[in-house]
Design a protein. Sequence first.
Length: 262
Amino acid sequence: MWKFGIAFGLSSVILASTLFNRNERTGRYQFIIVPNFYLNIISALAKRTFNKMPREPQQTSSYKLINEIFDIIKRDVHSEKNWNLTVIKDPNINVFALPDGSMYVYTGLLKYVKSPDELAFIMSHEFSHVALNHIAEKLTFGAFSSLIITWLSYKLTGDMDLNFLKDILVDLPLSGQSETEADTEALEIINKSGFDAEASLKLMERLELKPTKKTQNYLSAHPITSSRISALEHKISELSYTCPEPNSEILKLSELLSQAKA
């Protein structure tokens, strides 16, 4: 019997060390059971829907601005993902990245941001969710809760409803801790890339104090809290932040944003 206990204990330790991984960027242990091939399958299925949406022509100022920022900040993302960009021609405010590194940015976002720095922060935030394995983490916990719900549904009705997959992938927000971690990582990215880190605070305060109908979907997935804003302020002070002098590259982006808003 004692041999069984030892074997069970060792198996538990091995299983825990396999499923609980320490994230090198955040120092936090994450419980993840979703394999990479599953994340790629999920991404491929999602892209079937998103790729049907109208694309912004590549010759427009809107596309050029988003693409330029994408190319600048992806160099400073700590990830080996094969990042790729799709710009959606849509007046709504939204931006998200799939687990395989595919990023989607709606042109409506350009009407809301006040500077290329704000746009760079929002995009870096989405980069960070993928790079920090937040989506895999969300799918792991979503899978557990959904299995319980599905089992209860089967016991009560004799039928199984798999519609929860849409809720997990699209509608379910990430944890507050994940949002703060993505904010922190995004600050480091834009700081290295030469953008104004303080623009993140201006953006967050505006989203919190002056929400609009067009920001509803974005805010439901990325709720703004006072703790997130406080964490941003603390991180900026840690970075020994000084406002960067506008260089020719940033000035070019500002001009593109003005053209996109016109």
